[in-house]
Design a protein around this ligand. Structure first.
Ligand code: UD1
Ligand code: CA
Length: 480
């Protein structure tokens, strides 16, 4: 099929009543993407002449998802069934286009290779319609393929209309079809609603084509998972599981070790370099990119994180929109966010939060610290319990710390403030003024030692606690 003679039509107007959701069905997500986006992405490699999405429920939101992928939306209002949706799509299809590949917006696991094979089969047999079918374990809810003795298709019978004999058929309609449009349009014209919903079913067009003596074929999908639809939340979970398994397999193929892979969640755009290791219960989300030889230990969640090579993320660490350079180490229980950047070999330890801050090469901040809007020079050590007080209630203010600085434990740095290269800050300081290079900054109450005070206090307390002699109690006159 040449590029110029076929279009793709995606039926995406339905509400998805069975999801019991305020969100339109095709906007629900599985495998880290909306259903609509996944379906469109499966079609793009075929280079069709155009892709048309039939939208209805939350039409603007669905259009916003598919438009960036060069998809044209047409509005179906009200939604009167899949056959009606095709009639609406017709408006957006140039008359000289010969074929349409039709897909439901809720079967996102379909692969481009399978669609290409369907289109090829359709062209080879010269059929009026070719249905992608599949044999699945539990066909309940799907339309079934009823075949003639010669193997061609007689009809698609919806689940609700099955006879007992037909119910045993495990070959289902995927709702993915290739149609010759000169045959499809007239057959849609003679469709009548024959169901309780008063809808025009695209599946009924198959029977109409047969009545007209047209040839209708069905080709079996090699992998039945590819046609799974998402009518219910349970369907969404099953489809999500397949996407996640595929992604983990691709990452492992790239030379990455994943321990207990079924516990690890990886979004579609994530990349991981060879010889990296991912421990159980890790999530790698968004556009996260991980270099070679990295270790992501258990319970960590990385979203839009960039890790260069040989980075170690210790257990239960959260990294979002942040950059970790070669050899950096973070965690356990660390939180890096909103543009945190660790230069080569920098280290962040437990209960440390870093926001929009740059930690220079070899900087260490190992315990119980908040670093926000800070720039910290190479080789500096940040003591336990250091806080950059970056927020004055109105503005976020910067803290600048030079190279080879020593910040003593429990220091509060009241921003905006600077500590020069090579300076020391005494533990427990509240630094409100800049500390010059190589100086000692000390800002805490003077210590007073009162000699003998404690033993005097103990004597006083012992005297106060001596028991007072109690008087004998009078006998009660009342008999008990
Ligand atoms: C449909 C098929 C069924 C097949 C199954 C495969 C029909 C009548 N039945 O059933 O044979 O086994 O898919 O998953 O086609 N849509 C519109 N406009 C409408 C109605 C639906 O755009 O007026 C869209 C929906 O958004 C959805 C797709 O068409 O993406 C399929 O509709 P859905 O209601 O999910 O059909 P099923 O009951 O799953
Ligand atoms: Ca469906």
């Amino acid at each position: 099929m040449a590029t110029s003679d076929f279009v793709v039509v995606i039926l995406a107007a339905g509400k998805g009543t069975r999801l019991k959701s305020s969100l339109a069905k095709v906007l629900h997500r599985a495998g880290g993407r909306s259903l609509a986006e996944s379906v469109v992405r499966a079609c793009l490699p075929l280079k069709p002449r155009g892709i048309v999405a039939v939208v209805g429920h939350q039409a603007d939101d669905v259009t916003a998802v598919v438009a960036p992928l060069t998809v044209k939306s047409v509005l179906q209002q009200p939604q009167r069934g899949t056959g009606h949706a095709m009639l609406v799509a017709r408006r957006a299809i140039p008359s000289r286009v010969k074929f349409a590949l039709v897909l439901p917006g809720d079967a996102p696991l379909i692969r481009a290779e399978t669609l290409a094979a369907l289109a090829r089969a359709h062209r080879e047999t010269g059929a009026a319609a070719t249905i992608l079918s599949a044999e699945i374990e539990n066909p309940t809810g799907y339309g079934r393929i009823v075949r003639n003795d010669d193997g061609s298709v007689a009809a698609i019978v919806e689940d609700s209309a099955l006879t007992d004999e037909q119910r045993a058929t495990r070959e289902i309609n995927s709702s993915i079809y290739c149609f010759s449009l000169d045959k499809l349009w007239p057959s849609l014209g003679s469709l009548k609603p024959q169901n309780v919903h008063k809808e025009l079913y695209l599946t009924d067009a198959i029977a109409v084509l047969r009545e007209k003596g047209e040839n209708v074929q069905a080709v079996l999908a090699a992998d039945p998972d590819e046609v799974l639809g998402c009518n219910t939340r349970a369907d969404l979970a099953a489809v999500d599981a397949v996407f996640r398994r595929r992604k983990r397999a691709a990452i492992m193929d790239a030379g990455v070790t994943i321990e207990l892979p079924e516990t690890v969640l990886i979004d579609p755009e994530v990349t991981v370099g060879a010889d990296s290791r991912i421990e159980p219960c890790v999530q790698l989300l968004g556009k996260t990119r991980i270099g070679e030889g990295c270790t992501i230990r258990t319970g960590s969640v990385l979203a839009d994180a960039v890790l260069e090579d040989n980075v170690l993320v210790k257990p239960y660490t959260i990294v979002s929109a942040s950059h970790l350079s070669r050899g950096a180490q973070v965690g356990p229980f660390a939180h890096l966010r909103d543009g945190a950047r660790l230069e080569v070999n920098a280290r962040v330890g437990n209960f440390v939060e870093v926001k929009k801050s740059v930690l220079g090469e070899g900087v260490k901040s190992m315990h119980l610290t908040y670093l926000g809007d800070a720039r910290i020079g190479a080789g500096t050590n940040i003591g336990a319990g250091t806080i950059t007080c970056n927020y004055d209630g109105v503005h976020k203010n910067p803290t600048t710390i030079g190279k080879r600085v020593f910040i003593g434990s429990d220091t509060a740095l009241i921003a905006p403030v600077r500590v020069g290269d090579g300076a020391y800050v005494g533990a427990g300081s509240v630094i409100t003024k800049n500390v010059p290079p190589d100086a000692l900054g000390l800002a805490r109450g003077q210590q007073v030692n009162k000699l003998g005070w404690a033993s005097a206090r103990r004597r006083e307390m012992a005297a106060a606690a001596k028991p007072v002699k109690s008087r004998p109690r009078k006998k009660s006159k009342r008999k008990r």
